[in-house]
Design a protein around this ligand. Structure first.
Ligand code: ZN
Length: 146
């Protein structure tokens, strides 16, 4: 078990080093900043397409406080099965942040926790199928590209 490692790359390096449990505030901190995870969980490491015009956003996350989402009627991630993505849009969450409604953080944390658990699920699948090292390298390479 290790405390303090939370970034996806850190998780992958930790797993490669034999760590089984991670105690991290990454999701909480990310959510506090208004960020939602959007990195691809595709087995081949393919990146989906996102609007990157807003400050602080990259291929791994978007900032839902950004004005870019004032009219965005789509969910955080179109293919996400979490409660937030199934029931709410970016424009609604952006509005909640703007009026300092605490529901904004609750909804974003639901998505981020769901997304990160799927990331850990993908890691376990890769280990089980004997392709963890390829998964790790592809994932890190795809994030390094931007
Ligand atoms: Zn979601």
């Amino acid at each position: 078990m290790i405390c303090g490692l939370g970034l996806p790359e850190e998780i992958l390096q930790g797993v490669a080093a034999g760590i089984d449990l991670f105690d991290s505030t990454y999701i909480y901190s990310l959510t506090l900043g208004g960020f939602a995870l959007t990195f691809s969980l595709d087995k081949n490491g393919n990146q989906d397409h996102f609007h990157l015009s807003q400050i602080g956003s990259d291929l791994t996350k978007i900032n839902l406080r950004a004005t870019a989402y004032r009219k965005d009627m789509s969910p955080i991630l179109g293919n996400c099965s979490c409660y937030t993505c199934q029931n709410h849009t970016k424009v609604y969450i952006n509005h909640l942040f703007n009026v300092h409604e605490m529901l904004a953080q609750i909804l974003v944390e639901i998505h981020n926790t769901h997304h990160y658990l799927k990331f850990f699920h993908a890691i376990r699948e890769a280990i089980r199928d004997g392709r963890f090292e390829r998964f790790r390298q592809t994932f890190i390479e795809s994030r390094r590209l931007h």
